[in-house]
Design a binder for this molecule. Sequence first.
Ligand SMILES: Cc1cc2nc3c(=O)[nH]c(=O)nc-3n(C[C@H](O)[C@H](O)[C@H](O)COP(=O)(O)OP(=O)(O)OC[C@H]3O[C@@H](n4cnc5c(N)ncnc54)[C@H](O)[C@@H]3O)c2cc1C
Length: 377
Amino acid sequence: MNIIILGGGFGGLAAANELRENLPQDARITIIDKKDWFMMDLVKLWILNGTREFEFSKRPLENVTKKGIEFINEEITKIDPNNKTVRTKFRQFHYDYLIIALGVELAPEQIPGLTDNGLVLYELTDVPKIRDTVRKMKSGKIAMAIMGLPYKCPPAPYEAALLIRSILEETGTSDSVQIDFYSPTPITLPAGGPQVSEEILQILQSKKIEFHGNHKTIAVESKKVKFENGEANFDVLIAIPPHKVPTVVVESGFAQNGKFIEVDRTCKTSYDHVYAIGDVNQIMVTDKIAVPKAGIFAEGEGVTVARNIIAQIKKEQENASFDGKGGCFLETGKRIAGYLQVDMFASPTPLTQLQSPSQDYFSEKEKFERERLEKWL
Ligand SMILES: Cc1cc2nc3c(=O)[nH]c(=O)nc-3n(C[C@H](O)[C@H](O)[C@H](O)COP(=O)(O)OP(=O)(O)OC[C@H]3O[C@@H](n4cnc5c(N)ncnc54)[C@H](O)[C@@H]3O)c2cc1C
C-alpha cells in the first residue's frame, strides 16, 4: 500500500503523522517536497520584527524518516490520476492513495510594476528587507496593499501592519511615518463578518494605521500605486500579492479555469483515492464564502483525509468530515496577540469571534508552533 503526500507543509505533515500513527509499517507513507525544510509561515512575522531568524526556525523535513515516513526532496512535475502516478524530474512513483497538499504559488507578476517597485510580505527573502527598510525610516509613507483574493491567513497582513508600527515605536520614528493599508474588500475581514472587521479596524486606528477599503490594485510605478478608483503615493510599498494555483496542479488538469481544486468537506477530488487539502483547495461554505486559507484548516483537513484513508484500509466505516473549527492569532506587537475563534460551518452563517489581545494569547501562539513542530518533526 503506497500513500503519497505531495507537499510537506502544514497539511501534508498533519496528514502524514496521523496516517503513520494509525497504520502498520507495511503501509508506505511518502512525502514529496521540493524544499528540504519546514517553517511555519507565521514565523515570517517574527523575522519581520527581528525576534526570530530563519536559520534557527526551520526544521529538516528529513526528520519524518525517524518515525517511518519516507521523504523525497524533489520537485513534482506531473500528477497523472488516470495511471495513478506522480512524476518528479528524476523518477515516477505509483500511488494507491494520493493527497495533494501543494499550497499556493505567489504571483507578484500579475501586478505590473510590483516586482520592481515593491516588497512582498509573504516572500521569505523580502521579509528581512522590509524589516531593515522600516528600521531605517526616519519619516515618510508606508503603503501596504492586499492585491488579490483569496490570500493566505486573512488576518496576517494586519498583524504585519501592527508589528511594523511597533518597530517604528521602538526606533522612535512612529510619529513621522504614515501607514496606509489598502484592500480590495470593503471591510477588513469579510470572512469574519462586520463585527469582527470593525473590531480589527479599531485596533488599526488605535495604532494610526489608515484602512482604505474597496481599493483594487491594478499596477505599481515608482513611488505610486494605482487602483481601479485612484492612486496613492508611497515611499515603501509592502504587498500581499495575488495567489495562484501551483503550476503542476494546473498542468495536470486539476484546476479548472485557474480555480483552486474544488472539494467538499471530505476533500475528495473527482478522482478515486485522490484528495486535495489546505490552501490548494477551495471548500465553499456559502455561495460567497469559502474556508479561508490557513494552516489550522490545512491541518484539520489533513487529519480528516487521513482518518478516512485509515478507515478504508482497515475496512471500517469512513465517516470523517472537516469540521471547519479553528482559530488564528492576531498579533499586535510587544508580545501581545488577540485570537480569532472560527467556526466556518456554524448555522446559519460562519461564526468568528475576536478574543481581546493579551500576553496569554501571544504565549498560545508560541505554543501553537512549538507543539506542532514537536509532534510532526
Ligand atoms: C505571514 C503569514 C502568517 C500566517 N499565520 C498563520 C497563522 O497564524 N495561523 C494559521 O493557521 N495559518 C497562518 N498562515 C497561513 C498558513 O501558513 C498556510 O495557510 C498553510 O501553510 C497552508 O498549508 P498547506 O499545507 O496547504 O501549504 P504549505 O504549508 O504552503 O505547503 C505546501 C508545500 O508544497 C510544496 N510544493 C509546492 N509545489 C511543489 C512542487 N511542484 N513540487 C514539490 N513540492 C512542492 C512547498 O514547498 C510546500 O512545502 C500564515 C501565512 C502567512 C504568509
